[in-house]
Design a protein around this ligand. Structure first.
Ligand code: AP5
Length: 217
């Protein structure tokens, strides 16, 4: 079992890159805490009810809730997969919790890929993002548009803006990232696990760098 972490600010392209990596490596288990929480909110599950108000404000959901859903996810398949974590961990406490869970399965963090994108690009990516309400596929009005306006290429569902992609919430998410998540960069760099990935260009260029890194592991 290997654990690869995608680290980066909101809008850095973590979800987009993960979807592309999964196409050529379907055995990879994609663990996106953001997607898991949105699903729990949609289904009205207790975790979703706990998380909703934090997500609407762009604040982090408490570490105990996040570590609970990640542990459950890994335990469900007995830790047999290679994992691609997207948007997790986001605090030093979550990083410690992940180490503990991985240790129970005789595993550890193998690599942390830091997607680097300038702030003005992040804001324009988030304001133009559109997400399928049915299957969750991610588009961008200018960069990665749907073939038919407003309709998902994959499933024909309606695409819409994510509720937390409004200007005020985006500003807060970026501030929260700087305050609570950026300390992870020094943490993982200090452990020799961090790889800088230039992610401001086309998604294919980002994915090519990642594949090269993963092949060298
Ligand atoms: P989450 O869903 O994880 O959001 P995020 O980290 O803010 O990241 P995003 O999903 O906004 O961006 P992304 O990097 O995946 O970019 P994407 O590929 O979509 O979390 C949401 C909320 O849940 C948090 O605010 C928090 O409340 C809670 N939460 C989640 N995890 C948590 C945790 N561990 N602890 C506590 N709370 C947690 O791309 C963005 C746009 O850009 C898209 O439109 C895409 O089409 C476009 N794009 C992507 N790449 C490119 C490219 N190379 N060129 C041009 N356009 C591109």
């Amino acid at each position: 079992m290997r654990a690869i972490l995608l680290l980066g600010a909101p809008g850095a392209g973590k979800g987009t890159v993960a979807a592309m990596l999964l196409k050529t490596d379907p055995a990879l288990a994609h663990v996106s805490t953001g997607d898991m929480l949105r699903e729990a909110v949609k289904e009205g599950r207790p975790v979703g009810l706990q998380a909703k108000s934090y997500m609407e404000k762009g604040e982090l959901v408490p570490d105990s809730v996040i570590l609970g859903i990640v542990r459950e996810r890994i335990e469900r398949d007995g830790g047999r997969s290679d994992y691609l974590f997207d948007g997790f961990p986001r605090t030093l406490q979550q990083a410690g919790g992940l180490d503990e869970v991985l240790k129970e399965f005789g595993a550890r963090v193998n690599a942390v890929l830091l997607l680097e994108v300038p702030e003005e690009t992040l804001v324009s990516r988030l304001s133009g993002r559109r997400v399928c309400r049915v299957c969750g596929a991610v588009y961008h009005v200018a960069n990665i548009p749907t073939k038919k306006p407003g309709i998902c290429d994959r499933c024909g569902g309606e695409v819409a803006q994510r509720p937390d992609d409004n200007e005020a919430t985006v500003r807060n998410r970026l501030a929260v990232y700087r305050r609570q998540t950026e300390p992870l960069i020094a943490h993982y760099r200090g452990r020799g696990l961090l790889f800088d990935i230039a992610a401001a260009g086309a998604p294919e260029a980002t994915v090519a760098q990642i594949r090269e890194r993963l092949a060298a592991l």
